[in-house]
Design a protein around this ligand. Sequence first.
Ligand code: GLU
Length: 507
Amino acid sequence: MSQVRVRFAPSPTGPLHIGGVRTALYNFLFAKQNDGKIILRIEDTDQSRFVQGTENYIVESLKWCGINFDESVNEGGGFGPYRQSERKEIYLKYAQSLIDSGHAYYAFDTTEDLEHMRERMKKAGVPSPQYNSITRSNMKNSTSLSKDEVQSRIDNNEKYVVRIKMPRNEEVRIHDLIRGWVVVNTNNMDDKVIYKSDGMPTYHLANVVDDYLMKISHVIRGEEWLPSAPLHVLLYKYLGWEEKMPEFAHLPLILKPEGNGKLSKRDGDRLGFPVFPIEWENPENDEISSGYRESGYTPEAFINMLAFLGWNPGTSKEIFSMDELINEFSLKMVGKSGAKFDFDKTRWYNQQYLRAKKNDMLAEELQVILKAQNINVENSFVAKVCNELKERATFVSDMWEEGKYFFASPKEYDKKTLRKKWKDNIPEILLDLKERLGRIDDFKSEKIEQDFKEVLLKNNIGMGQLLPAFRLALTGIAMGPSLFNIAEIIGKEETIQRIDKALINIK
Ligand code: GLU
């Protein structure tokens, strides 16, 4: 195989949806696995749909995901420019050569002309009229008008577009690495505009020209582009580039959790999860859409989850680092049918990654929240807290919510537990426990537990009669990690002070 070169080619028309990130990811994995190159190309030829800020958003999102490009607007490279609006002059030449070879033509029709044609055809019983080999001859274009008329319209600066001249009744065969052979008859295709009156190419021409000039070997993109592929194949043929045509792989859609239809921003709003990698602030109305990054997901978990939306390794292994994905990803194992988005699974992934993280790394992340609360504590202390709390957390912020008592003594005590477990004999027993704990030199969990058990024996009571009250005194709440570990972490002095405080405050 010649050098693998793939591209991710988003249009800056809005924030990158997770489906787009998955396309970028599969391209990245495929490139890295084949010692190839991945290119970021910005497809901004449709200026009417341009949204300010999207290009930066795309770059920042993919950087957060760990998807880095070998060639791009920022990195440069030998095949630039990588923004299509800066390649404007290049496309004109190819549109011209298609006209010269008779595969494309000028069309001067106004919006009204097009509207009339559609109405006429509908009256004649055609449900979805098209500009094609049948209607073309009744329209204002260089296949129906005389050469002189065409020339005089051009000389008079009349607006025109260039359309592809779709042949009649020809079969176009496309080989797709995921779907196999796809065959489409040109009778079902229209004379698409390839060059617009504003001097810009349309997506189809620009995409094909750039894939060719940038020596793209594989086009890996979403299924929504499959209907455009036959036109692209014809463009390769008409431009004489058939030999250099890339391989195609159209990825299955990411579906709504219920499975009916494509996952949209509305589904996220409706069910309460982000559909964008990072937060997006719409410059048009300042509306903010949540992102995975800001919601507390680690990029590793996000990427692992995304990789599985459409692909699976064929084994039961679910946790994959980026390097493992690079090794094991295969287009052959990408399914044809849509992949249902599963938000619980996304949370599950984050949980797995959080648990696997080293305590001191987690501590650094938790410190950000602590600092914002004006809590200044040593990292080694926070790391111990993380060790206790990470099993029960999905996000770093959960460790703060669950474990506030590590950083301050409780201000109130859970009422239900008080009612059920703070019996009349408790103060006396806790006092006894406190005195024993006060005599421990090396204040460690095992020793604390040992003393605690001796108190149980002496008073002839069970664990369930004393532990909840002891927990209330130290944490104020009914549940949490090992209480003996908590006591060790907060230390002897603090443990004793908290028991005293509870004895005073709980009547
Ligand atoms: N610009 C297209 C998009 O926005 C790219 C499609 C393709 O990869 O060919 O998705």
